[in-house]
Design a protein around this ligand. Structure first.
Ligand code: AMP
Length: 397
């Protein structure tokens, strides 16, 4: 079968996710397959599913075959070539976590852009090197194939300066110490579908709660991001699977100055050992916490809900009121109990839940007559990236 497609790549430290989208005659993108290489450099596994979630491949690999990101790219591309022979790959779209202050939209990666992106690595040392390794691997083997970098920070560049600055001397702002915000591709996707899914709020004041393993909230005004809970790094804001969310910087000074913690151990504590996992001692997985009888697991859920509600109050103040609340990502889309508890904690804002609609996971989950409406809108960061990559190659002369 011949046709045109866009490959989407999300490369992390130990895993590489990829999705192939095909274009139909009307130039609309459709997911064809989604795959994943896990355990890069340790116990590699290769999995591919079709658009309906049916398993096409699931196999373990020898570590010698997949030592680094470029091996995972080669593996995925060889499989795709075998299964989509005759298909023309128009572009590869990459999720790139950090676009600094300068990248306000996705960009075609040429030599100058690549060199510029390398300079941003100190701002996202855990993610950026892997994102760039994937771009580099494809540049080396197929330099003529257009590659598009799509940034998690770009959507938030519409923040007013008040939401972009820390109260530090200005020299730090100039050096890049800013509130960047993340999950931008998810928020951009949600803002893009709201006019169809929830037209009555799309032009108003909306808070989107992206509740996944990483979690944040974004205040949208007429579809533009005006504030968000994440800042300089994806550590800030509400508690997450393994990250604590907002933390008094005095705690960090104490841990480093008085407890002798090194940057590496601190990084591990903040990115991998805290949040729901650290509080519960059970798991970072919300499904397991909801099932657990451990008091600390229940406390972790109480804590998660409390700080989400607190952040919603703060963002509603920024927006000067609220028209709609949208839940998305793994927990937001699939955990009615968490949604119900968050909405209950926000009842003072004028949100009333329709319990049955919430259990069913309807798009609209607020009761008729609720002053503020509540919604469940599945996010699709991969499709957002594919659309950006397609739009940029189409715009090329
Ligand atoms: P994400 O990072 O968006 O993939 O979301 C991952 C989070 O979603 C994990 O904490 C999962 O436990 C959670 N999650 C996924 N499905 C469910 C579900 N049915 N009920 C509760 N939490 C879920």
């Amino acid at each position: 079968m011949s046709g045109h497609s866009i490959l989407v790549v999300n490369a992390g430290s130990s895993s590489l996710k990829f999705s192939l989208f095909r274009l139909d005659a009307a130039d609309t993108l459709h997911l064809a397959v989604h795959g994943q290489v896990d355990g890069i450099g340790t116990r590699p596994q290769f999995k591919v599913k079709d658009d309906a979630g049916r398993r096409l491949v699931e196999r373990e690999l020898d570590v010698a075959e997949v030592r680094e990101v470029k091996d995972a790219i080669a593996l995925a591309r060889a499989w795709l070539r075998g299964h989509f022979a005759g298909e023309t790959l128009l572009a590869v779209g990459h999720r790139v976590v950090h676009g600094g202050a300068g990248y306000t939209r996705p960009v075609l990666v040429d030599d100058a852009v690549f060199a510029d992106l390398e300079k941003l690595t100190p701002f996202a040392p855990l993610h950026h090197p892997h994102n760039l390794a994937a771009i580099r691997a494809i540049r080396e083997t197929q330099p003529q194939l257009p590659q598009v970098a799509c940034f998690d920070t770009a959507f938030h560049r519409s923040h007013p300066q008040l939401a972009d600055v820390y109260a530090l001397p200005w020299e730090y702002y100039a050096a890049g110490v800013r509130r960047y915000g993340f999950h931008g591709l998810s928020y951009e996707y949600i803002a893009g579908v709201l006019p169809q899914v929830a037209p009555e709020i799309a032009n108003g004041r909306v808070i989107v709660a992206h509740l996944g393993n990483g979690a944040s909230l974004c205040a949208l005004h007429a579809g533009k991001s005006v504030d968000s809970t994440m800042g300089f790094s994806p550590l800030d804001g509400i508690p997450m699977g393994t990250r604590p969310g907002e933390l008094d910087p005095g705690v960090l000074l104490y841990l480093v100055g008085q407890r002798g913690m090194t940057p590496a151990t601190l990084e591990n504590l903040l990115y991998k050992e805290s949040g729901l996992l650290g509080l519960s001692g059970v798991s970072n997985d919300m499904r397991l916490l909801l099932e657990s009888a451990e008091p600390h697991a229940q406390f972790a859920i109480d804590y998660f809900v409390h700080y989400i509600a607190k952040a919603i109050g703060a963002l509603a103040a920024v927006l000067g009121g609220l028209d709609g609340l949208v839940f998305t990502a793994g927990i937001g889309e699939n955990a009615p109990e968490i949604r119900a508890r968050v909405v209950k904690a926000c009842a003072w804002l004028g949100i009333a839940l329709d319990g049955e609609a919430n259990q069913r996971g309807n798009a609209c989950i607020s009761a008729a007559g609720s002053a503020v409406s509540a919604w469940v809108v599945p996010t699709n960061e991969e499709l957002m990236i594919a659309r950006h990559a397609h739009a940029l190659v189409k715009a090329e002369p």
